[in-house]
Design a protein around this ligand. Structure first.
Ligand code: MN
Length: 232
Protein backbone atom coordinates (compact mmCIF):
# COMPACT_ATOMS: atom_id res chain seq x y z
CA UNK A 1 0.00 0.00 0.00
CA UNK A 2 1.35 3.40 -0.86
CA UNK A 3 1.62 5.91 1.96
CA UNK A 4 -1.15 8.52 2.10
CA UNK A 5 0.20 12.03 1.60
CA UNK A 6 -0.62 14.24 4.57
CA UNK A 7 -0.09 17.98 4.49
CA UNK A 8 1.06 19.42 7.82
CA UNK A 9 0.75 23.15 8.48
CA UNK A 10 3.71 25.06 9.91
CA UNK A 11 4.80 28.15 11.81
CA UNK A 12 6.19 31.19 10.01
CA UNK A 13 8.33 33.15 12.41
CA UNK A 14 11.08 35.78 12.50
CA UNK A 15 14.25 34.01 13.66
CA UNK A 16 17.97 34.76 13.67
CA UNK A 17 19.76 33.25 10.68
CA UNK A 18 23.19 33.59 9.08
CA UNK A 19 21.64 36.39 7.00
CA UNK A 20 20.19 38.29 9.96
CA UNK A 21 16.63 37.99 11.27
CA UNK A 22 14.41 36.47 8.59
CA UNK A 23 11.04 34.75 8.36
CA UNK A 24 11.55 30.99 8.72
CA UNK A 25 9.36 27.90 8.45
CA UNK A 26 9.40 25.97 11.71
CA UNK A 27 7.69 22.86 13.10
CA UNK A 28 8.55 20.52 15.97
CA UNK A 29 9.51 17.14 14.54
CA UNK A 30 7.04 15.13 16.64
CA UNK A 31 4.24 15.72 14.10
CA UNK A 32 6.15 14.30 11.17
CA UNK A 33 7.88 11.61 13.27
CA UNK A 34 4.58 10.02 14.30
CA UNK A 35 3.06 10.38 10.81
CA UNK A 36 6.05 8.54 9.27
CA UNK A 37 5.84 5.99 12.05
CA UNK A 38 2.18 5.10 11.38
CA UNK A 39 2.61 4.78 7.61
CA UNK A 40 1.98 8.26 6.16
CA UNK A 41 4.04 10.52 3.90
CA UNK A 42 4.00 13.91 5.69
CA UNK A 43 4.52 17.12 3.69
CA UNK A 44 5.19 20.34 5.61
CA UNK A 45 3.54 23.24 3.82
CA UNK A 46 5.06 26.71 4.39
CA UNK A 47 2.88 29.79 4.95
CA UNK A 48 2.56 32.14 1.98
CA UNK A 49 0.43 35.24 1.59
CA UNK A 50 -0.27 34.10 -1.98
CA UNK A 51 -1.69 30.59 -1.62
CA UNK A 52 -2.27 28.85 -4.95
CA UNK A 53 -5.82 27.66 -5.55
CA UNK A 54 -4.80 23.99 -5.85
CA UNK A 55 -3.18 23.94 -2.39
CA UNK A 56 -4.14 20.36 -1.55
CA UNK A 57 -4.04 18.68 -4.95
CA UNK A 58 -2.66 15.12 -4.64
CA UNK A 59 -3.15 15.24 -0.87
CA UNK A 60 -5.04 12.68 1.22
CA UNK A 61 -5.46 14.52 4.52
CA UNK A 62 -4.57 17.68 6.49
CA UNK A 63 -3.07 18.26 9.95
CA UNK A 64 -3.59 21.75 11.40
CA UNK A 65 -0.81 22.10 13.98
CA UNK A 66 -0.29 23.99 17.24
CA UNK A 67 1.27 27.41 17.73
CA UNK A 68 0.62 31.00 18.76
CA UNK A 69 -2.75 32.64 19.22
CA UNK A 70 -5.30 33.42 16.54
CA UNK A 71 -5.98 37.10 15.90
CA UNK A 72 -9.03 37.91 18.09
CA UNK A 73 -10.27 40.24 15.35
CA UNK A 74 -11.30 37.04 13.51
CA UNK A 75 -13.93 36.48 16.20
CA UNK A 76 -14.75 40.16 16.73
CA UNK A 77 -13.00 40.64 20.08
CA UNK A 78 -10.39 43.11 21.31
CA UNK A 79 -7.03 41.59 22.19
CA UNK A 80 -6.47 40.45 25.79
CA UNK A 81 -2.94 41.34 27.09
CA UNK A 82 -2.16 37.61 27.44
CA UNK A 83 -2.50 36.99 23.70
CA UNK A 84 0.83 36.10 22.05
CA UNK A 85 2.35 35.10 18.76
CA UNK A 86 -0.27 36.50 16.37
CA UNK A 87 0.62 35.94 12.72
CA UNK A 88 -2.24 36.99 10.51
CA UNK A 89 -0.47 35.56 7.47
CA UNK A 90 -0.59 32.12 9.13
CA UNK A 91 -4.25 32.58 10.12
CA UNK A 92 -5.15 33.41 6.51
CA UNK A 93 -3.06 30.61 5.01
CA UNK A 94 -4.44 27.94 7.34
CA UNK A 95 -7.98 29.17 6.65
CA UNK A 96 -7.28 28.53 2.95
CA UNK A 97 -5.93 25.06 3.81
CA UNK A 98 -9.00 24.27 5.90
CA UNK A 99 -11.50 25.43 3.25
CA UNK A 100 -9.61 23.48 0.56
CA UNK A 101 -9.68 20.32 2.66
CA UNK A 102 -13.41 20.71 3.37
CA UNK A 103 -14.15 21.25 -0.34
CA UNK A 104 -12.20 18.09 -1.22
CA UNK A 105 -13.69 16.04 1.63
CA UNK A 106 -10.26 15.29 3.12
CA UNK A 107 -9.86 14.00 6.68
CA UNK A 108 -8.70 16.81 8.98
CA UNK A 109 -6.85 16.39 12.29
CA UNK A 110 -6.77 19.74 14.10
CA UNK A 111 -4.46 20.02 17.10
CA UNK A 112 -4.48 22.73 19.82
CA UNK A 113 -4.34 26.01 17.86
CA UNK A 114 -5.76 23.96 14.95
CA UNK A 115 -8.90 23.17 16.95
CA UNK A 116 -9.27 26.82 17.95
CA UNK A 117 -8.88 27.89 14.31
CA UNK A 118 -11.54 25.43 13.12
CA UNK A 119 -13.94 26.78 15.76
CA UNK A 120 -13.31 30.39 14.72
CA UNK A 121 -13.65 29.60 11.01
CA UNK A 122 -17.05 28.10 11.78
CA UNK A 123 -18.20 31.27 13.51
CA UNK A 124 -17.28 30.30 17.08
CA UNK A 125 -15.30 32.29 19.64
CA UNK A 126 -12.38 31.69 21.99
CA UNK A 127 -11.90 32.39 25.68
CA UNK A 128 -8.70 34.43 25.40
CA UNK A 129 -7.16 33.26 28.66
CA UNK A 130 -7.75 30.30 30.96
CA UNK A 131 -5.68 29.26 33.97
CA UNK A 132 -4.54 25.76 34.86
CA UNK A 133 -4.04 24.26 31.40
CA UNK A 134 -0.32 24.88 30.87
CA UNK A 135 1.64 22.07 32.45
CA UNK A 136 5.02 22.82 34.01
CA UNK A 137 7.14 20.13 32.40
CA UNK A 138 7.53 16.96 30.34
CA UNK A 139 5.14 17.17 27.40
CA UNK A 140 5.13 13.36 27.06
CA UNK A 141 3.45 13.06 30.47
CA UNK A 142 -0.30 13.49 30.99
CA UNK A 143 -1.47 16.48 33.05
CA UNK A 144 -5.26 16.15 33.35
CA UNK A 145 -8.02 13.72 32.47
CA UNK A 146 -10.64 14.22 29.76
CA UNK A 147 -14.11 12.67 29.64
CA UNK A 148 -14.89 11.23 26.21
CA UNK A 149 -18.31 11.35 24.55
CA UNK A 150 -19.53 7.82 23.77
CA UNK A 151 -20.31 7.21 20.09
CA UNK A 152 -17.91 9.91 18.84
CA UNK A 153 -15.15 9.46 16.25
CA UNK A 154 -12.72 10.24 19.08
CA UNK A 155 -14.16 7.44 21.17
CA UNK A 156 -14.03 4.97 18.26
CA UNK A 157 -10.42 5.91 17.48
CA UNK A 158 -9.30 5.40 21.09
CA UNK A 159 -10.87 2.05 21.87
CA UNK A 160 -14.09 3.49 23.34
CA UNK A 161 -12.36 4.65 26.50
CA UNK A 162 -14.72 6.67 28.74
CA UNK A 163 -11.82 8.88 29.80
CA UNK A 164 -8.08 9.12 29.49
CA UNK A 165 -5.28 11.44 30.53
CA UNK A 166 -3.71 14.04 28.22
CA UNK A 167 -1.06 16.73 28.31
CA UNK A 168 -2.10 20.38 28.34
CA UNK A 169 -0.37 23.39 26.70
CA UNK A 170 -3.05 25.93 26.00
CA UNK A 171 -3.87 29.27 27.62
CA UNK A 172 -7.00 29.72 25.51
CA UNK A 173 -10.06 27.53 25.07
CA UNK A 174 -13.20 27.31 22.98
CA UNK A 175 -15.97 29.77 23.88
CA UNK A 176 -19.10 29.77 21.78
CA UNK A 177 -19.10 26.64 19.64
CA UNK A 178 -18.79 26.97 15.85
CA UNK A 179 -21.52 25.82 13.46
CA UNK A 180 -21.82 22.08 12.96
CA UNK A 181 -19.37 21.16 15.73
CA UNK A 182 -20.10 18.92 18.68
CA UNK A 183 -18.05 18.54 21.84
CA UNK A 184 -16.48 15.08 22.22
CA UNK A 185 -14.18 15.60 25.21
CA UNK A 186 -14.18 17.90 28.23
CA UNK A 187 -12.07 18.65 31.31
CA UNK A 188 -14.56 20.23 33.66
CA UNK A 189 -15.99 23.22 31.77
CA UNK A 190 -13.14 23.32 29.27
CA UNK A 191 -13.79 21.86 25.81
CA UNK A 192 -10.92 19.47 25.02
CA UNK A 193 -12.12 17.95 21.71
CA UNK A 194 -14.72 18.53 19.01
CA UNK A 195 -15.75 16.88 15.79
CA UNK A 196 -18.01 17.85 12.94
CA UNK A 197 -21.47 16.70 11.90
CA UNK A 198 -20.68 17.49 8.24
CA UNK A 199 -16.96 16.77 7.67
CA UNK A 200 -14.29 14.16 8.42
CA UNK A 201 -12.77 16.10 11.31
CA UNK A 202 -11.29 15.34 14.71
CA UNK A 203 -9.99 18.29 16.72
CA UNK A 204 -8.25 18.07 20.09
CA UNK A 205 -7.00 20.73 22.50
CA UNK A 206 -4.07 18.65 23.77
CA UNK A 207 -0.90 17.61 21.92
CA UNK A 208 -1.15 13.91 20.99
CA UNK A 209 2.02 14.16 18.85
CA UNK A 210 4.06 14.75 22.03
CA UNK A 211 2.65 11.62 23.73
CA UNK A 212 2.30 9.28 20.76
CA UNK A 213 5.66 7.53 21.17
CA UNK A 214 4.82 6.45 24.72
CA UNK A 215 1.00 6.47 24.94
CA UNK A 216 -0.99 3.82 23.06
CA UNK A 217 -4.24 5.84 22.83
CA UNK A 218 -2.56 8.97 21.50
CA UNK A 219 -0.73 6.90 18.90
CA UNK A 220 -4.09 5.29 18.00
CA UNK A 221 -5.44 8.74 17.10
CA UNK A 222 -2.76 9.05 14.42
CA UNK A 223 -3.22 5.45 13.23
CA UNK A 224 -6.97 6.04 12.84
CA UNK A 225 -6.40 9.34 11.01
CA UNK A 226 -3.90 7.84 8.57
CA UNK A 227 -6.19 4.86 7.97
CA UNK A 228 -9.05 7.21 7.05
CA UNK A 229 -6.67 9.08 4.72
CA UNK A 230 -5.60 5.79 3.11
CA UNK A 231 -9.21 4.63 2.65
CA UNK A 232 -10.21 7.61 0.55
MN1 MN B 1 -6.20 21.14 28.75
Amino acid sequence: MSRPTIVVSSVRERLPTGFGDLDCTRLISEYTDILYCVGAQPVILPVTDRPPSELLANTDALVLTGGGDINPALYDQDEDPSVYGIRSDRDTFEAALYHNAIALGLPIFAICRGMQLVNVLRGGTLVQHVEGHWQPADPAKPFHRVEIEAGSLLSAATGEAAEFAVNSYHHQSLGELGHGLKVTARCGEVVEAVESRDADLIAVQWHPELMASTDRLQRALFEDFVQRAANR
